[in-house]
Design a protein around this ligand. Sequence first.
Ligand SMILES: NC(=O)C1=CN([C@@H]2O[C@H](COP(=O)(O)OP(=O)(O)OC[C@H]3O[C@@H](n4cnc5c(N)ncnc54)[C@H](O)[C@@H]3O)[C@@H](O)[C@H]2O)C=CC1
Ligand SMILES: N[C@@H](CC=O)C(=O)O
Length: 821
Amino acid sequence: MLIFEGELLMEYIVHKFGGSSLADEVKIERVVNIIGTTPQSVVVSASGKTTSLLKKSIELALENKDSTKVIAQLTEHHLSLISALCPEDKTLKNTFESDVTHLKQMLTTIALSGICGDALEYFILGFGELWSAQILTGALQHKGINTEFIDASKVLFIDDNHKPVSVDWQRSQQAVDQKFNDRKHKTYIITGFIAQNQEGVRSILGMNCSDYSSAIFAKLLQASKLVIWTDVAGVYSANPQVVKTARQLKQLSYKEALELAYFGASVVHPLTINPMMEMGIPIEIKSSYEPQKQGTEIIRALDKTNLEQYLIKGLTSISNVALMRVQGAGIIGVSGMAAKVFSVLEQSQVSVMMISQSSSEYSICFAIEAKLAKRATKALERHFKAEIERGDIEHIYCETGYAMITAVGDGLRAQPGALARVIKPLADAKINIHAITQGSSERSITVTVKKEDEDLALNLIHQQAKNPPVQEIVIALIGVGGIGAELVNQLKQQQQVLHKQNINLRLVAVMSSTKLLCADDLLLESELLHQLKASDCKADTNALAKYLQSISCAHKVLVDATASVGIARAYVDFLAQGIHVVTPNKYANTQSMDYYRKLRQVARNHNVTFKYETNVCAGLPLISTLETLQKTGDKIHKIQGVFSGTLSYIFNEVNKGKSFVESLMLAYDKGYTEPDPREDLSGMDVARKVVCLAREIGVSLELSDVEVQNLTPENLRSCSKEEFLKKINSHDKELTQQLKVLQGKASALHFVGEVSDIGEAKVSVASLVQNSPFVSLDGADNMVLIYSKRYARSPMVIRGAGAGVEVTAAGVFGDILAISN
Ligand SMILES: NC(=O)C1=CN([C@@H]2O[C@H](COP(=O)(O)OP(=O)(O)OC[C@H]3O[C@@H](n4cnc5c(N)ncnc54)[C@H](O)[C@@H]3O)[C@@H](O)[C@H]2O)C=CC1
Ligand SMILES: N[C@@H](CC=O)C(=O)O
């Protein structure tokens, strides 16, 4: 409705303030400021915990226990509000004190009789709203604002014989039209929750029904908007305490809000929606703590972009659910069986939250609140005693410990694949779905899972909300040397770019050889390495795995950027816990064949990936190429190549006239060498690569099977790395000379590795003739020749930088991203 204020045509707004917004004097002052001087209607709940305290006083009285303390608490709270907000309003103080006297008398009657009928209980519970509405009226009047208090039990008429109660719209409309006749000039403060029943007695609309009151008044007053003020700024896509990435929703359709509210989201009371939907009155949900902040709008038609952007608008869950199943061959085709089951439940006041019936009609499965499980089982067993005895019903199963998760969104309607959005991430994470239904509106999909899977399931489904869905990958990094540190740089650089492509990367843990640092997203830290050094947490792979376990995400990746055997041996434990492993470290793939097979078996069993593209030729696409060739039916016969970036660099520089040790130290400084450069010089790094390749083409090769030429001077093979680096210079002449001799008349020298499909494997210095493809190599380049059934005459050639932090980290990054596919 629009009303004329002077010359101005203005909106008429009905507000509703919940108990949290009216909990104390400061909050009520805030409400007074929000209301301001514009005439409008305001529906209020009881202040703070008043209704619970009134309920508690009844319970104490019923047990004949002393409720003085509770009453004193209520009295003190309200008297302090009155004296702070409307000190001169003696009538209000007297009315309140007289109410308290009556309340005490009623409690005494309950204590003496041991009985409290519904009517008396509702009458008592209604005091809270009467008090808060009168106090707010007083506070506004104290500020000189023209305000009138309305006791809803004088104008709102209901029939409370059945639940939910029904409103006598006609009678209420007449009363409201009469009572609110000064709407243009006055603000009305109305009690929420209460109404007058068919016996003319003060009653309630139902527990937590102040939202509903406000919707009824918005309808009766033909408001142009209903604003519901609460303690959070609008509705979230999921509970932010469970789903960290939950976002505030700007818009919801009435039907989305209805489904969310029905399935347990604290949006608004479900009954609130219907009258607003019927009248097309928009609802806005806002925070009274931050009134300037945009809230959530509930309207009839959503704007199109909003509809298309999110397939799943919101997620709710009900945690304590029991699944029940009435099962038996004797119920197949028996007409009215389902009706009987549900009418027994209705008579026992057990509300059914979800139903699924097998198409064979062999069983009827439904979900109820876990606390009602015993009552429901007993009632069904009693009613179907004869059928059970005859064996028509084999059993009435009831199991608690479930949670019911509902995904809601107008975008889910008539959308092929909508169901898969909900169930696929759960299947991938091996979360069993025990029951599933899609509402006939197709606007909601409900799955029932074990309670222990609830939080993970919520997070996984939430990642599917967007269209297309967001892929979240959490990363834990072990080893922050050359490759590890560069990987962090690249992840930081690309985080925003990937975010726009719906890939959400989070670095949640970093571990050095001494320290472990865990956080929500370490990519946001500018001083990551300093923080890692300062961390109180010792390096520990078990602690890291445990931390990863605590994170709800479909893709958790461990990146090992060390050259540690110990870490490589821990991969099985990570894989077995559902954590993917990505690594440039060659040690895992070059342990025994048994360990090699075990890694793959464990990864398969736990539906996770082990990726190691950078084990050979750094960032070059070699492992993936071999995989594709073989998957498409090619047969690899031989692989030959310059597989060491370090040795390639040394040989290229020596060929140009540089000394051996100078070239080695340059390779070391450029980050090409292994942490201990003897790993390169000894040929072992190339030998590991050859073993890795052999195994990729199906040859069971052990490291000891490879024939290796070792270039490390004999007396420096077993000393420490530091001693080696100190003494290697004294071997420069001898090493440079050794290469010159080896070169002889050859065009160039390179350290070449090769492996064949019959298991011949060797790594050694090769004298190259002019037309050898390796002669053209430069810098730290690698070159690989793949001879296969399809590439028999002329091998497939892969060439490019074979070492270096940038290309290697990029290769690791590529493996991480491949996991989300
Ligand atoms: N540098 C390169 O061009 C390439 C390296 N790789 C492989 O990448 C891995 C890392 O190489 P870089 O970064 O160059 O070596 P790096 O020596 O710079 O870094 C290794 C880091 O791992 C740390 N570390 C060692 N043991 C650890 C443990 N148990 N727990 C936690 N941290 C530990 C070290 O303290 C060091 O910070 C190696 O396995 C290497 O073979 C693979 C392809 C190319
Ligand atoms: N040290 C290695 C690094 C890559 O594996 C090399 O030089 O090739």
